[in-house]
Each structure stands twice: as structure tokens, then as C-alpha cells.
Write a protein that binds this ligand. Structure first.
Ligand SMILES: [Zn+2]
Length: 357
């Protein structure tokens, strides 16, 4: 199979649908990285450039708020809306500078957070009117806590609106375990951690006629990294859902496009198996948070005697510590750590060598 050639910039509409279709047939997936500001966004862009692959960059409600600055009032989600818009413009501008294709996305949006996505879609509609392209490639609605019929009804309304501006919708069926960014499902009933094929079929019937959508299904995946053994990862659930939709709706192979939440801490074998069943997007957050933190911690430990005051270190009581204090030194160590972890993720997901950018 020939490598897929993609121009730099934000991938939207039919180009995104084609990209995901290519991923399914080439058996690869892209890392979807949670970013919270320019440092993490740039680390992600650098990883895409090194891996010569498109990348998915996403802001959660909390990540977008952090991008705007935590001191801002967020009672009406205004900081999360502004932070997502500002982040999108940052990534849009720099994707071209780095020469990489980027899928711009927002992460989990539960029912009570819908006003956040409403605000970001409104900005997307204005951007579309001005430029012919939406601001973001896609948004996620996570209505998995609602009854299935309501989840699909609301998702359908949103996809109807989003399809008009060439946007893709991600939905969630079943519940991702664990805790992340204020979404705490650590105590959820075990059966809900496994999506049923009939639920996937219902989602396909509701959304396929409306527009492009991708499905975060639960197969024992959890947010965060835990000691193994609590929940069993069962990617076969994805294969069973594909078989069900294909048989009942007479489609081609792998009619559904899947998302793997809680990718951190998963083994390369588990990842490969999930990708082989039609996963095109794997969310990674905890592992990249660790990869950002760890080199900075090492630096702080090693340079401890140079960071106690602005003047004075083991080389002399009046020696300046300016260059050790400058965040451009130690923050960049975090960026490089995160980039390296993402380059490994591209490998694990089979994306390396599959694209020409
Ligand atoms: Zn998630």
C-alpha cells in the first residue's frame, strides 16, 4: 500500500474521512494528544514532524481552561471556550510552520458541558463563513452516562449542525473506566465498561445517514495508568461490533471507525490488536504528562544547588543562577520528553512510515 500524501495544516471534512479510511485499511492509528498550552502543543507538533505523520491534537474542557489561564472566571465555560479557540489558532498557525497535518479536536464533553462545545462550534461556524473551513476538525460528545436513546438523539442534533461546516463528531458508547480531568468513572459497574455490539449498530443507524462520526467504545480501557489486573482489556468487542454492523447493514469490512480512550499504559500487543479492528485514534494523556514531568524533575534534582537563590551556587557565593532559572531551559526538557514519548506512540500505533508529509 502506498504511503498517504497529505499537505500541512488542519485536516477537515472529506479529507479527514479519507484519512481515517486509509488508517483502517493500512492498519494504523494516530495518537490523540491532550495539550494544555503552547509548550505541550509544540511538543506534539514536533513529534508529528519527527514521525512524518499527521497527529491529533486535542483540548479537554479543563485543558482549554488552563490554556486561557486558570484565574479567569469559567462559570459559563467562557474560559474553556476562549482557551479552545486560542489554542486552535495557535495550532493552526504552527501546523503550517512545522509542515505537519493536524486533526484539531476537543475531548470529553458531558451533558453539563454542552454549552462549552456550543460556544466552540459557534466560533467554528464563523470561521467557516470567513474561510470555508471549520476551526476544529472534530468535537467529542460524551453522553455515555445518559440512556442510549438520548445519547444518540443529542449526538444526531449536533452532527446535523456540525456536518454543515465539514466537521466530524466523536461519540462515546459505554464508559471508559478510571478518572481523568474531572471525569471520574472509577466506581462504575463493570458491565458498562464493555460496549455492546447492538449499541454500536444503533449508533451506526442513527448517525451514518447524517455525517462523519467516530466511536469511542469501551473494551475495558481505563483513563490513567494502573497496576494490571483490575479490568481486562478485551479489544475483541470492537471486532464483534464491526461484524454485527457489516452483517446487518451489508456494508464493507470495518464499517465503524473506533477511538481507543485511555491508551496510556497499554502494551504494544493490545494496541496492535485494537488497531486491527478499526481503531484509528488512540488518546494518550497520562503517559505524556509523565514524559513532560520526568526530565524536569531530574533537572530540578540535579541542579538543586543552583536553584536555591538567584545568586550563589557551589561555584561561588556571588555566582548568578540566571541561566539555570530560565524556563526556556527546563521547560524545553519537558517538551523534548513529551515529543520522544509521542514518537514511540506513532511506532506502537503502526503509523510510522505510512504517510508522506
Ligand atoms: Zn477519554
Amino acid at each position: 500500500m502506498n504511503a498517504l500524501k497529505l499537505p500541512p495544516g488542519i485536516v477537515t471534512g472529506n479529507a479527514l474521512r479519507d484519512l481515517y479510511a486509509y488508517c483502517k485499511s493500512a492498519q494504523c492509528a494516530l495518537p490523540a494528544v491532550n495539550v494544555i498550552g503552547s509548550h505541550t502543543a509544540n511538543a506534539a507538533l514536533a513529534a508529528a514532524k519527527q514521525a512524518k505523520s499527521p497527529i491529533i491534537i486535542q483540548y479537554s474542557h479543563g485543558g482549554a481552561q488552563f490554556n486561557a489561564g486558570k484565574s479567569l472566571d469559567n462559570a459559563q465555560h467562557q474560559a474553556s471556550i476562549a482557551g479552545a479557540i486560542a489554542g486552535a489558532h495557535h495550532v493552526r498557525t504552527l501546523a503550517l510552520a512545522y509542515g505537519v497535518p493536524v486533526i484539531l479536536h476537543t475531548d470529553h464533553c458531558a451533558k453539563k458541558l454542552l454549552p462549552w462545545v456550543d460556544g466552540v462550534i459557534a466560533a467554528g461556524e464563523a470561521h467557516f463563513k470567513q474561510t470555508g473551513a471549520p476551526l476544529f476538525s472534530s468535537h467529542m460528545l460524551d453522553l455515555s452516562e445518559e440512556p442510549l436513546a438520548q445519547n444518540l438523539e443529542i449526538s444526531k442534533q449536533y452532527l446535523t449542525r456540525m456536518a454543515k461546516i465539514d466537521m466530524t463528531l466523536e461519540i462515546e458508547l459505554g464508559v471508559t473506566g478510571g478518572e481523568e480531568d474531572g471525569v471520574d468513572n472509577a466506581g462504575v459497574d463493570n458491565s458498562k465498561l464493555y460496549t455492546q455490539p447492538e449499541d454500536v449498530l444503533a449508533a451506526y443507524d442513527a448517525l451514518h445517514p447524517v455525517g462523519s462520526f467516530i466511536v469511542a467504545a469501551s473494551f475495558g480501557n481505563t483513563h490513567g495508568v494502573y497496576a494490571p489486573g483490575n479490568v481486562k482489556l478485551t479489544p475483541k468487542i470492537l471486532a464483534n461490533s464491526q461484524t454485527r454492523v457489516k452483517a446487518d447493514r451489508k456494508t464493507d469490512d470495518k464499517p465503524v471507525t473506533f477511538v481507543f480512550h485511555g491508551g496510556s499504559g497499554s502494551s504494544p500487543d493490545e494496541i496492535r490488536e485494537a488497531v486491527s479492528y478499526g481503531v484509528v485514534k488512540m488518546n494518550i494523556d497520562t503517559d505524556t504528562q509523565w514524559a513532560f514531568l520526568h526530565p524536569i524533575k531530574t533537572y530540578m534534582d540535579e541542579k538543586s544547588d543552583y536553584l536555591k537563590s538567584q545568586l550563589g551556587n557551589p561555584e561561588g557565593p556571588e555566582k548568578p543562577n540566571k541561566k539555570h532559572i530560565d524556563p526556556r531551559g527546563w521547560m524545553y526538557l519537558g517538551e523534548k520528553g513529551m515529543t520522544a514519548r509521542l514518537v514511540q506512540a506513532f511506532q506502537d500505533l503502526g503509523a510510522t512510515g505510512k504517510f508522506e508529509i
